[in-house]
Write a protein that binds this ligand. Structure first.
Ligand SMILES: Cc1cc2nc3c(=O)[nH]c(=O)nc-3n(C[C@H](O)[C@H](O)[C@H](O)COP(=O)(O)OP(=O)(O)OC[C@H]3O[C@@H](n4cnc5c(N)ncnc54)[C@H](O)[C@@H]3O)c2cc1C
Length: 278
């Protein structure tokens, strides 16, 4: 993929070995590695630190964040959303933007809106400390797993969504078993490590694997959803665009193709390949 100047190129098994000597190019004798797509600038970011930084930046600019406050209903007047009901009381607002990740269908239903979103759990886990430093991020779109090393030296491993739609945050042994087996096939050193922690989040999947952003057809109610398994890297620009929409009332050109109405107008996006491990 070279879109928008992305530097991604194909590399040979020999080049893979130079970048990541730990990779077993025979794939355990079952899945031989014939090549790879290489993105030299790829990097990881600490999601918790990024979240705190975004919250702090918003606070400094005068945004009031109500922590531990759940939206329990939408305030409606003559078909228009005019605020939210929360477990701490009502809050009125000219515009309500739903940005609740995998919980969006329940929230939109409060406004009588049915969305083409399915919520699926996504799991990940980390091992104990790996003594060597492991720079590359390895992902296999065929075997469906990704591996990288955290700042603490743990190996972070994840895979595809749970197939069964659910709002459950329960982690399961099944994922550990199947994903570890696939990851160890390419990276045999993982066999010597122990799994320390596993966790689950819920992802809002749209039919075309692209986000849904903008107005909903219900006055005063906007959404940003469908970020699925790759919202962390895309949310900052998505957030800016939504802020612009709220401030001006006009949908910015960048997000116009991601309108909810595309599912009615047969203008879905061909973006299934955007994330490697669906
Ligand atoms: C295991 C895992 C690994 C992932 N890895 C990556 C990755 O490598 N790269 C990447 O780009 N993305 C990744 N993602 C996806 C990414 O986390 C999401 O796409 C992103 O967090 C979506 O952002 P959001 O702001 O839309 O929703 P969220 O981050 O889910 O935030 C929604 C917020 O709304 C709150 N909320 C929900 N309901 C209510 C309510 N009724 N009232 C008030 N608040 C409510 C929730 O508590 C939550 O804080 C991963 C997800 C998981 C689960």
């Amino acid at each position: 993929n070279k879109a928008f100047g992305a530097e991604t190129h194909f590399i040979t098994p020999q080049e893979i070995k130079e970048i990541a000597p730990e990779v077993d190019l025979t794939g355990g004798g079952v899945w031989p590695v014939l090549g790879a797509s290489y993105h030299p600038q790829a990097a990881t970011a600490r999601h918790d630190r990024v979240n705190w930084a975004l919250a702090e930046g918003a606070n400094r600019r005068g945004v009031h964040i109500h922590q531990r406050t759940a939206v329990t209903g939408l305030l409606m007047e003559k078909g228009r959303v005019v605020g939210v009901e929360t477990d701490q009381g009502a809050i009125s607002a000219d515009i309500v933007l739903s940005a609740v990740g995998g919980h969006v269908t329940g929230l939109a239903a409060m406004a009588g809106l049915r969305l083409p979103i399915r919520t699926h759990p996504l799991q990940a886990y980390v091992t104990n400390h790996y003594a060597r430093s492991f720079d590359p991020i390895i992902a296999s779109a065929s075997l469906l797993f990704y591996v990288s090393q955290t700042a603490r030296g743990e190996m972070l491993i994840g895979a595809e969504l749970d197939r069964q739609p659910s709002y459950s945050y329960r982690s399961g042994h099944n994922l550990i078993q199947t994903c570890s087996q696939r990851a160890m096939t390419l990276l045999p050193f993982l066999r010597k490590l122990r799994i320390l922690r596993q966790w689950t989040g819920v992802c809002d999947m749209s039919p075309d694997y692209s986000p849904i952003m903008g107005k909903t057809g219900i006055d005063g109610f906007y959404i940003t959803t469908g970020w699925g398994t790759w919202g962390f890297k895309a949310i900052p620009v998505g957030g800016e665009q939504m802020a612009q929409l709220i401030a001006t009332g006009k949908t910015p050109d960048l997000i116009r193709p991601f309108a909810l109405s595309r599912f009615v107008n047969d203008r879905t996006k061909a973006d299934r390949g955007s994330a490697g491990t669906h």
